[in-house]
Design a protein around this ligand. Structure first.
Ligand SMILES: C[S@@+](CC[C@H](N)C(=O)[O-])C[C@H]1O[C@@H](n2cnc3c(N)ncnc32)[C@H](O)[C@@H]1O
Length: 432
């Protein structure tokens, strides 16, 4: 396919995604079934166009004076992908499967790419109903935070210290442009793919199959490093899911102590068994909720790690379609789950032990406010400031997240170059 036909296909897919609020991957699959002539390269470019259009949905609507899929896709090609108006006009002229040529008004709007007079949430590409929370939390930086969340994310790898170190992985994977991550000492980063390019499929690498590394954003790596810096020997990963954090904790604990991996949903734990095998971790016990209870762990854990379900506002770079699907109702549901998880899991912490609460959200209601409410219900716990530890853990020159009064850390693409992520550390008082 030429670019003209790909632009037409992207408009079709985006129309479907917008109309039925479908995940992009479903829309792409359906389009692929109906158009079997398209190759994988075509599907990649079509997908990239749709995802990038969704990243900038509000600002592109303002520039184009239209909320339609055609306007968004044409603007993505000309502006975000930097083919310019001439490049777009040429692509549309060059292919009989292309959409209609750009109108004079479309061309003029693309030429001026004017965001003057656009509201802040439009310039930030943040859904309007969430803007008051963003603005309250990030003040003068809120637009920059939103804009950083609208860019493509790099691919971060976490090197598994049970199997080697960062230098070895760089040496053995010299065909990829890997760079050490700026903050995490076990992270490696690949730059985001540009425009039509395909991101490298790192899971096809020999090193992945051998367990030298896992895919994991730097923010999640840092949460695990904060946790293991407490040198815990008994750890409960209460919301272990597919095991991303469990594996990171295990990689740092060097097979010492015991990690219990639990999740409310047996199905969510399914990938963990194969991942643990690949990683070489031998100190992880998976507690399937249907087969085992956690009663024997009450009051015994040095550390309870809570990677709770959340709105996912911090990972919009990776899932731009989720930005427009999240609803007030869903957010309220997550808030209820988070407080239930906190109340259910805190009883496993031993006196003097720690509870680490993490979300991939940038909304204070899911983060510091959720912990504030928990502390009001549980006098046995107190906050532990990460602000004072950050430099000692990651180096005095390391980028610093925003720290709340209590010392909770909020990481974000704009401040730490990571996904948006919250880490709050609490300690159970000795007498609690
Ligand atoms: C953010 S995901 C965890 C991701 C995982 N830690 C990782 O790094 O791959 C949140 C998990 O919490 C689980 N969950 C939700 N409610 C729960 C509850 N009440 N108790 C335990 N787990 C719960 C969900 O099933 C989901 O797997």
């Amino acid at each position: 396919m030429k670019d003209g036909g790909r632009l037409a296909a992207a408009i079709d897919v985006l129309t479907e995604v917008d109309t039925y609020r479908r995940p992009v991957q479903d829309g792409l699959k359906e389009w692929g079934r109906r158009n079997r002539f398209a190759g994988s390269g075509d599907r990649l470019v079509i997908g990239n166009l749709v995802f990038d259009a969704l990243r900038h949905k509000l600002s592109l609507s303002h520039i184009m004076g239209s909320t339609g899929a055609r306007a968004h896709i044409l603007a993505t090609y000309a502006l975000t992908w930097e083919f310019g108006v001439d490049g777009l006009v040429a692509a549309l002229a060059d292919d009989r499967f292309a959409p209609e040529p750009a109108t004079a008004e479309e061309r003029a709007r693309l030429e001026s790419a004017d965001l003057d007079g656009a509201a802040d949430h439009v310039r930030a590409d943040v859904p309007e109903w969430l803007w008051s929370q963003f603005a309250a939390a990030y003040g003068a930086d809120a637009v920059a935070e939103g804009q950083a969340l609208a860019r493509r994310a790099p691919i971060d790898l976490r090197v598994n210290r049970l199997k080697g170190d960062r230098d070895r992985v760089i040496r053995r994977m010299g065909h990829l442009p890997l760079e050490p991550t700026p903050i995490s000492p076990v992270g490696l980063r690949l730059p985001p793919a540009r425009a039509k390019d395909k991101a490298p499929h790192v899971q096809a690498e020999e090193g992945f199959r051998k367990g030298w590394f896992e895919l994991q954003d730097e923010a999640s790596q840092l949460a695990a490093l904060v946790a293991t810096s407490l040198a815990p020997t008994q750890v409960l990963d209460y919301c272990a899911g597919g095991g991303g954090k469990t594996l990171a904790l295990a990689g740092e604990l060097g097979n010492r102590g015991q990690i219990y991996a639990h999740d409310a949903l047996k199905l969510r734990l399914a990938p963990i068994y194969e991942r643990l095998q690949r990683s070489g971790a031998r100190n992880v016990q998976v507690r399937d909720p249907q087969a085992a209870t956690l009663d024997d762990l009450k009051d015994r854990m040095d550390l309870v790690f809570l990677d709770v379900p959340c709105s996912g506002t911090g990972v919009w770079r990776r899932r731009p379609d989720s930005k427009w699907r999240v609803t007030e109702n869903a957010l309220q549901g997550r808030l209820r789950e988070q407080s239930q998880v906190l109340d259910a899991a805190c009883g496993f912490v031993r006196p003097g032990g720690h509870l680490l609460y993490a979300t991939c959200s940038l909304l204070p209601c899911e983060n510091q406010q959720q912990l504030g409410a928990f502390l009001a219900r549980n006098a046995a716990f107190e906050p532990v400031s990460l602000g004072e530890r950050w430099g000692a853990l990651f180096g005095e020159d390391a980028a610093r997240p925003r720290f709340s009064e209590e010392g909770y850390a909020t990481l974000s693409p704009a401040t730490t170059g990571t996904d948006g992520f919250f880490i709050g550390l609490l300690r159970r008082r000795e007498e609690g």
